[in-house]
Design a protein around this ligand. Sequence first.
Ligand code: 5RP
Length: 261
Amino acid sequence: MTDNLTGSDRGKYAASKAALEFIKPGMKVGLGTGSTAAWFVQLLAGKVNSEGLDIVGVPTSSRTRDLAASLGIKLTTLEDAGWLDVTVDGADEFDANLNLIKGGGGALLQEKIVASASNQMVVISDGSKQVDTLGAFPLPIEVVKFGWRSTESTVEEVLEGADVANRRISLREENGAPYVTDEGHYILDLHLNRIGDPRGLAEALNRIPGVVETGLFVLMADTVLVGYEDGNVHTYDRDRGDLGRHKVHMPSKDSLYVPGA
Ligand code: 5RP
């Protein structure tokens, strides 16, 4: 299982390890979704099980809930937790303003609700997610099933007036059928190539009836931790700017476990 670790995996591991520094005893912690977040969940479980770290997690997807539960992390729902101390999650892209595209893993709605209910959002990433301008990664938007083709047409109209480079839309599929989110919705992936005005686009899309939420996370991330293969982690803070690099300890390849994402 450890034979196929890529540089990207090691970067995700390093960022996840650095994110542990944000977790203190007694905290309520939002647990993101995706392969990077899965590294974090695994490392967090290690601290819970070996050091008795007392935290409670709120997962952002059924996948993360199953993974965290299987690793022995105490879980609750957002309803019961009410408000969280910190959420740690991955991203598909982030820019210099720490705006994000998320939702490649299809969990954007719960991820956004959980991050919005947190004092702090910490994003963990390998170096490949850092971009000058958002939009090379297709922007996911979650839409209700009812009338989704009409919603898609309205999205097309909105894109006509938007500062984007491309306007292709595709319905996300899985095993030949539309992908259905944990909340029972569809996802439209917007192939835009360049998003000139993330906030304006998010606001315009959110005004469309049928659009539940977009994968644009504007001014939500407080900190982005970018991990590299050699264990260096670069910290970007929304208020304090570029905080430079520090190194985390990287265990030998043989003691790294590849978690299911
Ligand atoms: C899931 C997400 C993920 O955080 C995003 O897709 C990044 O995933 P990965 O860590 O696997 O690259 O938004 O909805």
